[in-house]
Design a protein around this ligand. Structure first.
Ligand code: AHR
Length: 681
């Protein structure tokens, strides 16, 4: 086969090649490779949840990221109550405000001097990003403590410029009466600016109290007032994730049990959701006092709502009564391992399921969901209990919690964890324990380098370890971290794509896979690589994102048995010996669209020619769609400055169809290609 034969349809009858495992081959240029797809019968079902997303508030993913609030420390509850604020004039802090779990507010008193002012100014998260012509909703809880009327002035400012561009948006707001009320006003920005500040001027003559000072773009994803940043949520929708894991990660556990993620604090009116110190607060290397807290504005209601809107199954992970074991290695750091000691954690699980699915007429958590605007159930099906925990402290606690959850909600699939590693004793013991505890799925994590990935290309073929009756796999956190290069680049994404071939081929075993982490702010990250990077105005979908999206958008409904013969050799399901570069292929069919979808990843530095031979199909449409993600520029990736440097290219190819369904392709060096063929019979 030469390059001239690209997409030429051959009409050669070939005998079906026998399957052989792990045939050692050398891949050369112009190799005579043959990909044989058996489309006679649909193979294992591919779960709708198969490819999804993992969200954790790390790298400023929530406040300052996906959650579209632009004001940092809006309720003055940070340990330094003026963190994020500049104050000037007669500003004082009070703590008897209208929201019991966020009691602080500020009092702005008149200066008593015609030329002196009282004002406060918020710097946002790394500045406030605003766009020219766009509307922003300023809102505040306010009162005039002595009664009567007051006027506030609200500005968006650019402190670095001069003249007219310095103040580029302005609105007045009338406050009246001594009762706390919510006020809002729309401000239109005249300028696009990444680092604006929000300035609020107090009344010149009247004292005013202000609480929960907020600024949101009016255009949020789906227009929710307490909404998500449009471009970031759109990137999630576009990926077409089957499952959406939330809220982490280590954040589930907290740096200690007191700062663990507590979902009950994240629902109800946003003004009264108590602040929590972020688990990643202390992990910045470049800042002495990072301001990394969770407002919980993106809480569990918003999460379930977003899951529904982007079309993915929610998969919450809750605490198992343990603080992070990496940082807390004494039993005293965890909740007592007794039914009584864990009751709160049992209740958290059961109540969350009720919050998501219960009947508002009979359940108080479901009633709260309805009051928040979603009377219909969210149809939750999965619950993770524990993240990256290991050995007896975890197994014993799960053994108490899981049966209670099952008793209350047998319909929910429970996901346990095999710990932070994917190959050590904790991992093996974890799988054994999860099997004994009858977990439905086990959450495996592997942030590993390319060499590890190369050796794991057949990971899920091992059916002695992953048994038919045991739990199914949830590859809950993974990413290729090239040795010494812990940042985003095409080279790493190539091996993720190759590894995912094995996930797809083993869809009967692997029911979910979520790359991690999802988001990172360019000025506030502590972990990389990540799927999506953003600054205050822009975002970039990385090559890792594109790999995930290509799988999720082309996941199909059933696996098709597929073999590969290299250089005219024996056909094999695993043609490349472990640890080597090569060609990795899998195929699926989509019962809904009648497509046959063939995925091929070429990790070698040579283009690979191959004949694709589809058995069991009489006729196909002569038009094929070819999607190519060229990952050959090893260090390249997308950034907010160059968001489209590497992206999938889609072309349509005309196939000349003969008696047999067979055609030639060239799989470019270091690329991920998808061939979509419409079956006619
Ligand atoms: O994704 C970042 C962290 O990696 C997660 O919080 C944790 O589960 C894992 O160790």
């Amino acid at each position: 086969m030469t390059k001239k034969h690209l997409f030429a349809c051959l009409s050669i009858m070939l005998s079906a090649a026998p399957l052989a495992a792990n045939t050692a081959v050398t891949i050369t240029d112009n190799a005579n490779n043959r990909i044989t797809v058996n489309a006679k019968k649909a193979g294992a079902e591919i779960q709708p949840t198969m490819y999804g997303i993992f969200f954790e508030d790390i790298n400023y993913a929530a406040d300052g990221g996906l959650y579209a609030e632009l004001v940092m420390n809006r309720s003055f509850e940070f340990p330094n109550p003026y963190a994020g604020w500049e104050i000037s004039g007669k500003v004082s802090l009070k703590d008897d405000g209208p929201f019991e779990r966020n009691p602080h507010y500020v009092r702005l008193a008149p200066s008593g001097h015609a030329h002196k002012h009282t004002m406060i100014e918020n710097q946002g998260f790394f500045g406030i990003g605003v766009k020219a012509g766009e509307d922003y909703r300023f809102s505040v809880w306010a009162r005039v403590p002595d009664g009567g009327k007051a006027k506030l002035w609200i500005d968006l400012v650019d402190n670095a410029s001069m003249g007219e561009t310095q103040k580029f948006a302005n609105a007045g707001l009338d406050i009246s009466g001594s009762e706390w009320k919510k006020y809002s006003v729309i401000i239109k920005s005249k300028k696009t600016f990444e680092k604006a500040h929000l300035r609020v001027w107090g009344d010149k003559k009247v004292t005013t109290d202000l609480e929960h000072i907020s600024l949101f773009p009016v255009k949020t994803y789906k227009g929710h007032e307490n909404g998500m940043r449009q471009d970031l949520a759109q990137a999630l929708e576009d990926l077409r994730p089957g499952v959406f894991r939330f809220p982490g990660g280590c954040i589930v556990e907290g740096a200690d049990l007191a700062t663990r993620y507590q979902w009950k604090n994240t629902v109800g009116p946003v003004e009264n959701r108590p602040l929590n110190e972020n688990r990643w607060h202390y992990t910045f290397t470049d800042r002495y006092f990072p301001n990394y807290f969770q407002s919980y504005g993106l809480g569990f209601f918003e999460y379930f709502q977003l899951s529904e809107e982007i079309g993915s199954e929610p998969l919450p992970v809750l605490n198992v009564g343990m603080a992070c074991q990496f940082q807390n290695d004494t039993d005293a750091a965890h909740a007592p391992c007794t039914k009584e000691g864990l009751q709160q954690f049992i209740d958290d699980c059961i109540d969350l399921i009720d919050f998501a699915n219960g009947d508002p007429a009979t359940n108080k958590w479901a009633k709260l969901r309805a009051e928040m605007g979603h009377p219909a159930p969210f149809n939750l099906k999965f619950l993770g209990i524990g993240n990256e925990q290991w050995e007896a402290p975890y197994f014993d606690r799960l053994a108490i919690i899981a049966p209670e959850v099952r008793k209350a909600h047998p319909e929910i699939k429970i996901i346990g964890t095999s710990g932070p590693n994917a190959e050590d004793n904790h991992f093996y013991n974890g799988w054994k324990a999860m099997t004994e505890l009858k977990a439905d799925l086990v959450d495996e994590h592997f942030y590993r380098n390319i060499d590890w990935y190369k050796k794991q290309m057949n990971r899920y073929d091992d059916r002695k370890f992953y048994t038919k009756k045991g739990p199914r796999v949830f590859a809950g956190e993974y990413a290729c971290h090239d040795s010494g290069k812990k940042w985003n680049h095409s080279g790493a994404s190539l091996y993720e794509a190759a590894f995912m071939i094995n996930i797809e081929r083993n869809a009967d075993l692997v029911h979910m896979a979520t790359y991690a982490p999802l988001f990172a702010h360019v000025e506030g990250w502590q972990w990389r690589p990540d799927a999506i990077w953003f600054d205050n105005l822009r975002s970039a979908r990385t090559t890792a994102y594109h790999v995930q999206a290509l799988y999720a958008q082309n996941k199909g409904t059933n696996v098709l048995p597929t073999t590969l013969s290299i250089n005219g050799g024996k056909a094999s399901v695993n043609p490349v010996p472990s640890g080597e570069d090569g060609l990795f292929v899998s195929s699926v069919m989509d019962k809904n669209t009648n497509e046959i979808i063939i995925k091929a990843v070429n990790t070698t530095h040579l283009a690979q020619e191959a004949t694709i031979d589809i058995k069991g199909v009489k006729s196909i449409s002569p038009k094929a769609t070819v999607i190519t993600l060229d990952l050959s520029d090893y260090d390249a990736d997308n950034t907010p400055d160059a968001p489209e440097r590497v992206k999938p290219e889609t072309t349509t190819k005309t196939l000349s169809v003969g008696k047999n369904v067979e055609f030639g392709v060239t799989i470019p060096a270091r690329s991920f290609c998808i061939y979509k063929i419409l079956r006619e019979k």
